[in-house]
Design a protein around this ligand. Sequence first.
Ligand code: URP
Ligand code: ZN
Ligand code: ZN
Ligand code: ZN
Length: 483
Amino acid sequence: MSTVIKGGTVVTADLTYVADVLVDGGRIAAIGPDLTGDTVLDAAGCYVMPGGIDPHTHLEMPFMGTYSADDFESGTRAALAGGTTMVVDFALPSPGQGLLDALKMWDNKATRAQCDYSFHMAVTWWGEQVFDEMEEVTRRGINTFKHFMAYKGALMVNDDELFASFSRVGDLGGIAMVHAENGDVVAELSARLLAAGNTGPEAHAYSRPTQVEGEATNRAIMIADMAGVPLYVVHTSCEESHEAIRRARMQGKRVWGEPLIQHLTLDESEYFNTDWDHAARRVMSPPFRGKQHQDSLWAGLQSGSLSVVATDHCAFTTDQKRTGMGDFTKIPNGTGGLQDRMPMLWTHGVGTGRLTPNEFVAVTSTNIAKILNCYPRKGAVLVGSDADLVVWDPAATKTISAATQESAIDYNVFEGQEVTGLPRYTLTRGRVAFADGAINPDPGHGQFVARAPKGAVNRALSTWKELTAPRPVERSGIPATGV
Ligand code: URP
Ligand code: ZN
Ligand code: ZN
Ligand code: ZN
């Protein structure tokens, strides 16, 4: 059964043109005028764009003594309802656990995914087993390895471990990723705040100032440069971190930054709300920042110094958040956003003139498909690409509310926000999973997307590093010693 999307305007990262799109066998079969198919989807007044790719989710993740509340079934349902057709989740070995063991656990979690997915592998400890298994992980289609410079005593790795792991990732042709915050300083500031009676959620923000993120970003960039590996900095939230990334890119280093939709649109005043639940629901790391940092992130997307908008979807219920009443360090860190990323970015980006529709496609889909080495299978509207598509109605509006969301949690950090620009249809490998405001569920439809190592950027960087590697100076006529 083929499907034709008729009467829309195709919008990609670099082109805008009127065309029908024919989908057959899960792929795009034709693009052009006057196409016919077994089923017709009306795209009049709409844009036909690559489905969103969210490269940063934590579905059913064990974290801070509990599990994030959205699993692959509800998380990918939320994704599809918001126009996102692929998620990349983090396989997270507990300290001492093997990478392949963790991967098996994440394979099992993902069996009920409703859209395609891939994994990053987290390096949460260092040893011979980790070093050895990284090769097999890469062989299985995972070319990205995440490191936490924060969460001391749990997931954090130190500089010597970072350097060893980054070097290994570089040798395997992968990309190093970092959560960049100085975990030692955060731990010390947290202890001091608690001792001084600062126990509420606002102390979470006090404990993680922008400087600790900026320092860690600079450190990660330096270590990646020494190790000869491309670096992807997740949840870039502030000017200090953006400045480090911007400078590195200007120097020709292969570094990417990923702001979240939450940091772009919500600010630190949320933590000063007198309702404890309101503030705690917004506790995440890094925390929300001031307006000047938001302006910096938007400018980064406009200028190209920041490349991708993600969610870091890691949703906890109010009850889970309440574990931290009386001690902010025990509030599970994380917020939701999978269903809202695309409408919020369209509203606050395209709707305000900060982004063009093509730039919107670039930062929600195409750029990350290229970085992760799954383009043009994903992130493209091209004949032969997977039919992961969103038919986007730029005039449709709604008010975001937990009462109507797909996520399993009982609140939404964007509650009450009016958005303009919503999916009319979302297609996952040709299957219409969302139509006119309703989900058509199919748990298990999602497939793992394997991503090969040694992409173009890796090849270019290793050529350059080889060319500029230290070499001994050849000398002649050295006088014999002892004469
Ligand atoms: O607060 C956050 N971001 N929770 C999820 C885990 C992480 O640090 O990405
Ligand atoms: Zn993180
Ligand atoms: Zn995360
Ligand atoms: Zn199916």
